[in-house]
Design a protein around this ligand. Sequence first.
Ligand code: MG
Length: 188
Amino acid sequence: MGMEHPKAKTPYSLNSKKVADATKAWLHKRGVTTEQIAELVLFLQQKYYPNLTMEECIHNVEQVLTKREVQNAVLTGIQLDILAEQGMLIPELQDMIANDEGLYGVDEILAFSIVNVYGSIGFTNYGYVDKLKPGILEKLNDKSLGPCNTFLDDIVGAVAASASSRIAHRKQAEREKERGEESLDSER
Ligand code: MG
């Protein structure tokens, strides 16, 4: 009788590679390159490590972007920015996100889930770049340019702050190793 079986839904299983690739792809689509984030890292860390290279900064940004918590925050934030551009949010939320309402604050909270991975130096660096808004952060904050970056600016600042924190922890571990001490700092 040709009774068709309803198509079984494929059971959900996490594809980490796809999430990692999507994170990079969407940052790019929203106008942010790894190099631009690395420039923020260099800006934050140059005064502490005068020999720090752009390559090291890029490497550390890439490492931060391999963390699941970071990828989840990046994708969630970008998605909310896009929905705000499309006017798809609940009206009251729509107005707050589209206008980057100062008292909203959830964009910062989401960014904290990124810096959280890297400890307290991450918080300090995040607060610092958020206040100064150097480089790409200035561009992302320019409301006259069109796209909604309410979440993205905090996310980019948090990734840079985390990479800076990662560098600080690694440099300390290197110093201790050079002195022949056993480093107690865990791998991040
Ligand atoms: Mg914001």
